[in-house]
Design a protein around this ligand. Sequence first.
Ligand code: IMP
Length: 199
Amino acid sequence: MLGKLLIATTNRGKVEEIRHMLQPLGIELVFPNKEIPVEEKGCSFLENAYLKARAYYEVFRVPSLGEDSGLVVPALDGYPGIYSSRFYSIEWGGVEPLEDGRDKANIRKLLKNMEKVSDRRAYFVSFMVICLENGGGLWSEGRCEGEILREPRGSGGFGYDPVFKPMGYEKSMAELSIDEKNLISHRGKALNNILKLLK
Ligand code: IMP
């Protein structure tokens, strides 16, 4: 396995979840002391995950884990998709004012666009890429299926968690503990898959 692994993100929600899952495994985690600007110009989650892992690897020269994730709603033609973090600001579906933070603006826009939508199925997806020191790399995917609620519920997690109800659960993702979320989440699954490859 690896000695050190740099987590190529400064997103606090993601950092907390990844730290919680990896720390018990004896991998020495490195968290970047500065944000490396990465333009997410890829047209897929996988490409964007690679761009992040590569950019951090080039600066820190430590095996680096990049992750790109988002919410996919088939009834909205796959949106928010790769635009999940800045969904509020794109033209598709109408620009939503940024009054009280990105997450709330994204959720408002999602619910507005789904007011008359009865097919509320959705999934979170996470792609991970590790750039290794020998120039090689690994990638994995994880998904979490569920549906979009009509109103936000709960205060845990981040992003779209308050309006996402995982399949088979009565709670929203934001009402689950971090351990419960990691067990079923797209990121938890992607991480398990990439750890199997590393081993
Ligand atoms: P990224 O930093 O470009 O990968 O942004 C991913 C975006 O997708 C986040 O800003 C959230 O809006 C959304 N997202 C990804 N994972 C989750 C999750 O676990 N819960 C809720 N929203 C998520």
